[in-house]
Each structure stands twice: as structure tokens, then as C-alpha cells.
Design a protein around this ligand. Structure first.
Ligand SMILES: [Zn+2]
Length: 240
């Protein structure tokens, strides 16, 4: 047997026999490492929305009233509905890194059609407790794939303040309406003054978290903030 055939056989044994992959949506056995089968991939391709900031901000304000946005522009790839919901779950709670890479690829495709010029990529942090349980931050994984593809540095710019400390300072109403004071900027990781930063996140619900992170960036001298978000959890009363 030639060497190359032997390597192919070893690869087959390692990937398909010892560690077979299954589609994270339908469960079918797959021979690629995309995280989903071809059919599911095709159905995901059909539901890409790529909502713009202009669209999302206007829609949000229709429901919640006027808001102060610190994100200059963004792209929201999908509505938070099946099959995206199940895939986000697989990424976050079944530790499926292939799905993080799959979503990152959709982010890269969406970013490539924008005319944004950005210097750094960052991501929303998760608590140490969650990081310990999960082993990784899914938004960080996505950010790193995007950084590789766009040839930009991925920097960790935010940390979570201790929850007790943050809650002490806030009234319950403040806690409800926003996440003010939940995060801190990490000083010295990069010179972000007058720079443009892209924030990567998985699911947008109220928008409070990412808007607060954008506010912190602006307060620390960042000129432009862009956002790339995988799923938009629209309220039922919002139109498709
Ligand atoms: Zn499938």
C-alpha cells in the first residue's frame, strides 16, 4: 500500500470509525467537519437574512422607543429560530466547535460584503463560571476564525465585573433595563484610541449587552464600532 493510501486509510479510521461526526441538526452521519449535513446546510443557506443596523435599530425603536446606540453599524445573520436555535444550543452546550466555525464562515461572508474598515475584532465575554463549565467562549472561537480570514488581530477587550459588586450598585430597575456597569474594559491589551472595532456575538436578545460593550469602547476612545451577530431573537410582535 502506498504511503498516501495509508494516510487516507488512517484518516478514515480516525474520523469516520473512531470519531464519527453527526449533523448537529438532523443527527445524520456526516463525513465532513462542517457540523451539519449537506441538506441542513442548504436549508440554512436559504434563511440567511443579513439584517443591517439601519433595519434592526429602526425595528427595535418601534417596539421599545428611542434608544442611544453606540454601534455604528452591524449585520445580524439569522432570525433566532430553527434550525439556528438548535445549532446555537449545540455550539454552546454540546461544545460543538464545528458549529462555531460554520457560523464564523457565515459571518465572514457577511462582513466581506460590507465596506467596513476595522482594526480589531473582539467578542462578548462569558463569566468564569460558564467558561469553566463550557471550556470555551463560543464568541471568542468565532472571532478567531473571522480574525484569521480577515487578517485582523482578535483582542480580549472586556471583562465581567464580579456580579455581586455590579448588583450592589444597581437598583432592580437599572438591572432590568440595561446591563450598565456589568462589564469593564481591559486596559492595555491594545491601543484602541481612534480605531475601529468589530464585536462578534452569538445571540442578540435585548441588545443591552452588546450596546453596553460598544458604549465602553466609545468611552475609551474607539471611533467606530461594528457588530456581527449570528442570531437575532426578535420579539413576536416584530415583523419578519
Ligand atoms: Zn442534517
Amino acid at each position: 500500500m502506498a504511503n498516501s493510501q495509508f494516510v487516507t486509510l488512517l484518516h478514515y479510521i480516525a474520523t469516520d470509525v473512531l470519531f464519527p461526526s453527526f449533523c448537529a441538526y438532523c443527527g445524520k452521519l456526516i463525513s465532513n467537519d462542517d457540523g451539519v449535513c449537506k441538506q441542513c446546510r442548504n436549508s440554512i443557506n436559504k434563511i440567511i437574512k443579513n439584517y443591517s443596523g439601519e433595519y434592526v435599530f429602526a425595528l427595535e425603536e418601534k417596539i421599545h422607543g428611542k434608544r442611544k446606540w453606540f454601534i455604528d453599524n452591524g449585520v445580524w445573520l439569522f432570525k433566532y429560530e430553527e434550525p439556528v436555535t438548535k445549532l446555537v444550543y449545540a455550539m454552546k452546550f454540546k461544545y460543538n466547535r464545528s458549529i462555531a466555525r460554520l457560523f464564523a464562515q457565515y459571518c465572514i461572508d457577511a462582513i466581506n460584503v460590507q465596506s467596513w474598515q476595522f482594526d480589531y475584532i473582539t467578542y462578548i465575554p462569558i463569566s468564569n463560571d460558564r467558561l469553566w463549565k463550557r471550556g470555551f467562549n463560543q464568541s471568542e472561537i468565532m472571532a478567531k476564525h473571522i480574525g484569521n480570514a480577515c487578517n485582523k488581530d482578535v483582542v480580549n477587550l472586556f471583562c465581567l465585573k464580579s456580579e455581586k459588586a455590579a448588583q450592589k450598585k444597581l437598583s432592580s430597575n437599572e438591572r432590568f433595563i440595561n446591563t450598565y456597569q456589568k462589564f469593564d474594559i481591559i486596559q492595555g491589551n491594545s491601543n484602541i484610541v481612534q480605531k475601529a472595532v468589530l464585536i462578534v456575538d452569538d445571540v442578540y436578545t435585548t441588545g443591552a449587552t452588546i450596546n453596553e460593550c460598544a458604549r465602553l469602547l466609545k468611552a475609551n476612545g474607539v471611533q467606530h464600532v461594528y457588530a456581527c451577530i449570528v442570531a437575532y431573537a426578535m420579539l413576536k410582535e416584530m415583523t419578519p
